[in-house]
Design a protein around this ligand. Structure first.
Ligand code: AMP
Length: 122
C-alpha cells in the first residue's frame, strides 16, 4: 500500500491541523487521541512516512525504530503508567480495523484494561 500524504496524521506532522502534543523529538511525535478509549490514550507516531507497523518494521532505519520504541517507553514512564500498567498496541490493516494509514502505537491506560482481545463476531 502506497503512503497517502493526505492522511490526518501527515497533516498533523505538517502542522496543518492541531494536536494535543505530549512528546516530540527528531523522529517521533506523540499526542492524545481525539476520541480516547481509556482515561489515558496516547498515540505515538514516527515522523517518517510509514503506512503501518508492517511498513515501519520493514522500511524504517535503525535510528527511527530505536527512537520510537525508546520514546514510547519514556512517554509511558513519565506519565506514571509503568505501574499500574498500560497496553501498547498497533492496528495493522483491514482485520485490525486500522483507520489512519500512518503507523501509530496506541498507549492505553488509566483503568483495568481486561485481558487481551475480544474477537468480533464473524
Ligand atoms: P486506528 O484505528 O488504529 O487507525 O486508530 C486511529 C486513531 O486515531 C483512533 O483512535 C482515532 O480516535 C485517532 N484520531 C483520528 N484523528 C485524530 C486526530 N485528529 N487527533 C488525534 N487522534 C485522532
Amino acid at each position: 500500500m502506497a503512503y497517502d500524504p493526505n492522511n490526518i496524521f501527515a497533516k498533523i506532522l505538517r502542522g496543518e491541523i492541531p494536536c494535543d502534543k505530549v512528546y516530540e523529538d527528531d523522529h517521533v511525535l506523540a499526542f492524545n487521541d481525539i476520541n480516547p478509549q481509556t482515561p489515558t490514550h496516547i498515540l505515538v507516531i514516527p515522523k517518517g512516512a510509514y503506512v503501518s507497523f508492517d511498513d515501519f518494521s520493514e522500511q524504517a532505519s535503525e535510528a527511527e525504530i530505536t527512537a520510537l520504541v525508546r520514546a514510547a517507553g519514556k512517554i509511558a514512564r513519565d506519565a506514571g503508567l509503568a505501574e499500574p500498567g498500560y497496553r501498547a498496541l498497533s492496528n495493522t490493516g483491514r482485520d485490525a480495523h486500522q483507520e489512519v494509514p500512518h503507523f501509530h502505537l496506541h498507549i492505553f491506560a488509566g483503568q483495568n484494561l481486561g485481558r487481551m482481545i475480544k474477537p468480533a463476531d464473524k
